[in-house]
Design a protein around this ligand. Sequence first.
Ligand code: KG4
Ligand code: ZN
Length: 330
Amino acid sequence: MPTILAIESSCDDTSAAIVADGVVLSNVTAGQAIHEEFGGVVPEHASRAHQRNIVPTVAVALRRAGIAAEDVDAVAFTRGPGLIGSLMVGVSFAKAFALARDLPLIEVDHMMAHVLAHFAEDPAPEFPYLCLTVSGGHTQLVVVHSALEQEIIGRTIDDAAGEAFDKSGKMLGLSYPAGPEIDKLARQGQARVTFAKPDPGGLDFSFSGLKTSILYTLQKKLKTEPDFVVDNLPDICASIQHTIVAILLRKLTMTAEQTGLTRIALAGGVSANSGLREGLTELAKEKGWTVFIPRIEYCTDNAAMIGVMGTFKYAAGEFVGQEVAPAARF
Ligand code: KG4
Ligand code: ZN
């Protein structure tokens, strides 16, 4: 089994990991605080920050793993989906590192890697399992037949769950990304404001209607109570979180029933949400499901999951040449 250097740079986190024989030896992530002041990720800033961070991040990942560059057997990298300028930095670094040492290159799909984040720690789920992937850019229900055979059977038709957190937080004047702050404030409040739970039917999700419902509800309240948002911030956050979690768990339940799967996994940045983690744990007790929720460092964007998927692809002999370039689908 190989020692893999893994690189992730799809959005605003520069991450490098060493995964040896499928075991994560190090996982180092440099975030980018610069986006907070703009209320969202600014692609131009993101790619520049990746360019500054990539070499030091890889150096720390090697050092923490106790590995020299010469000990690396293959380089795995996120090819997409993601911001093109951000991906360019990670892909170019991976190609240069591999070219200099004549190492095989392994392309990794960022979303498929999120689904395999569970293999970064014990116990990993047995195949097949059902994974709800909830991030800033995606919301998907995935039947994981095997590591490399993942079937998306439900998805959002508009905004992602993370976007719903971030955009509603923006309305409340919270800084980007608002998900973690809504989570924190929600713990001090009660979910007593009712918002719409849009449903496009089947196993798909919709979150854009929720944003409109929050906006109209708040505008109506502010007409008679000008301090409504300031006075009730924890309750409003608890209500937003409660609504998003209810939408997610409703479709997850339908999918589990339709597929008959009882091993249920969470993945993506929103799986760090305490309301979702608790809600799923409760539901699992009622339904008799076995639940897999990754540690927070493996929920949000990280290179360990890229190294995990890289290990599966190495075993399957799936490599790419130096002509590879970032792509949304491949
Ligand atoms: O997977 P991720 O790190 O990056 C993408 O690939 O998008 O997910 C980032 C998303 C953001 O929308 C952020 O607000 C959300 O995950 N997030 C949370 C929490 N922590 C991160 N949302 C709700 N509660 C949290 N605790
Ligand atoms: Zn992600």
